[in-house]
Write a new protein. Structure first.
Length: 115
């Protein structure tokens, strides 16, 4: 069983930065495919970025060049560095881990971009 706990959300002005963290329990973190998703009010949950166990990454077009996903297997953690934030980035951000048919979600952390 894997438990995921996000942190780092908050209120930030447009153009600002935040760094989200996701800490995982369990011994299989290094082989998990990890990702960050977000869900804005009234919208479906969408993929923001993902990182494979080997380190390759993939981003939604809306965040390319602004967000960076990374992982530290020694710390069982995955991060999302968010720069040049826009009001449309406002959402609850969720950490997701997966391997084969097993999927794990964190509880989410709120990110609000507003002046």
């Amino acid at each position: 069983q894997v438990q995921l706990v996000e942190s780092g959300g908050g209120l930030v002005q447009p153009g600002g930065s935040l760094r989200l963290s996701c800490a995982a329990s369990g011994r299989i973190f290094s082989i998990l495919r990890m990702g960050w998703y977000r869900q804005a009010p009234g919208k479906e949950r969408e993929l923001v970025a993902r990182i494979l166990s080997g380190g390759s990454t993939d981003y939604a077009d809306s965040v390319k060049g602004r967000f960076t996903i990374s992982r530290d297997n020694a710390k069982n953690s995955v991060y999302l560095q968010m720069n040049s934030l826009k009001p449309e980035d406002t959402a609850v951000y969720y950490c997701r881990g997966s391997i084969a048919s097993s999927v794990y979600w964190g509880q989410g952390t709120q990110v609000t971009v507003s002046s």
